[in-house]
Design a protein around this ligand. Structure first.
Ligand code: GDP
Ligand code: CA
Length: 340
């Protein structure tokens, strides 16, 4: 079975760890402990050059989590991390003091930057960097070209009345507290989907949209030329998992992103944002056949189904690997019940 997943960082990683566990139990044997082949199309909108190094936060969150090298308590970065190099960089006055790169993490960024400078594409570099980690899934960046998310905020002191900053500055330095006027994807006009992305979607048996940030993770993958069309054309069912439970983004600051694009923080609002593959909404045809919502959001089912998206109601909290695995199993079940 071929499964293609669209994912951002931490939410995507949790979901993928559950999916991998479920597949190892349900479809054992084969490489990576399962006969299923999982390709993950990862958001690279958060990527940036920092202190001369290419940093890819979402690719690395997934790599460390699936590779068992992540810090579970802190929720991001490497286990047993130290920050001696970062302290030196701060002493030199380079980099972002509020965006600490740990010593072990820097090993990843140095390796990736080395490969890019030798002429490898980001997908080639990603294949080389992930090879060491025995992930059991294939990570593919959404694009080999940089498509960086920038955030436009109000700034009375500037001539234009606005200021634009990299997403990570808005998110990490300002904790998403500066109201965003809009998000821009710098580089999108000269980008295409990375090699293998469109084929992975068209050739899949099932496509899953992870419970990742709908604006700055999934929302940045969809406009990459080739990807939305592939999702609409694939013969595979496309099943999404709501990143919103009971009107809350569960963990983190996703509300600030949805506020910026005028979408309510609600499981049905995100389903409508992605849209149905069958029924055209105000924004044309969408990408979903089915949508998973939490039991606490049962009241939203009728409205989502009226828009042409089948709904499954299951527990959506990914508190342990087992609960994430049950969620992944439910997503595959929903795909199995779709007759396309
Ligand atoms: P990031 O790139 O590290 O911000 O991570 P993602 O974009 O992949 O995922 C972040 C989103 O995951 C959050 O905004 C939440 O909406 C969602 N999320 C986090 N934990 C859970 C959970 O336990 N269940 C569900 N359904 N969604 C979650
Ligand atoms: Ca991210």
């Amino acid at each position: 079975m071929k499964i293609t997943v669209l994912a951002g960082g931490v939410g995507g990683a949790k979901f993928l760890r559950g999916l991998r566990q479920h597949l190892r139990q349900a479809l054992p044997d084969g490489a990576g402990g399962t006969t299923a082949e999982v390709t993950v199309v990862v958001n690279t909108g958060d990527d940036l050059w920092l202190t001369g190094l290419r940093v890819c936060p979402d690719l690395d969150s997934i790599m460390y989590t699936l590779g068992g090298g992540n810090d579970e308590v802190r929720g991001w970065g490497r286990l047993g991390e130290s920050e001696r190099v970062s302290a030196e960089l701060t002493a030199y006055g380079v980099g972002w003091p509020w965006f600490t790169l740990g010593d072990l993490d820097l090993g990843t960024h140095i390796t990736r930057s080395h490969l890019l400078r030798e002429g490898r594409t980001l997908s080639e570099a990603t294949a080389e960097v992930t090879a060491r980690w025995n992930l059991g899934v294939t990570l593919v960046p959404m694009s080999d070209q940089p498509v960086e998310t920038h955030v436009v905020v109000a700034d009375a002191s500037s001539d234009t009345g606005t200021r634009t900053m990299h997403f990570e500055e808005w998110w990490v330095r300002y904790r998403a507290s500066l109201p965003a006027l809009r998000f821009e994807q710098h580089g999108l006009e000269s980008a295409v989907a990375a090699p293998g992305v469109v084929d992975a979607i068209l050739g899949a048996d099932v496509v899953l949209v992870a419970p990742s940030n709908p604006v700055v993770s999934i929302g940045t993958i969809l406009p990459v030329p080739g990807i939305r069309t592939a999702l609409q054309q694939t013969g595979a069912p496309v099943v999404g998992v709501s990143p919103i439970i009971s009107g809350s983004p569960v963990r983190g600051m996703a509300k600030a992103c949805l506020d910026a694009i005028g979408v309510e923080v609600a499981a049905d609002a995100v389903a409508h944002l992605y849209g149905s593959r069958e029924v055209s909404g105000s924004a044309g045809r969408g990408i979903l056949d089915a949508w998973l919502v939490d039991q606490s959001d049962e009241a939203l089912v009728a409205g989502i189904e009226a828009a042409g998206i089948r709904v499954s109601v299951v527990p959506l909290w990914m508190t342990t690997v087992d609960t994430s695995a049950a969620l992944a199993a439910a997503a595959l079940d929903a795909a199995g019940t779709l007759t396309r």
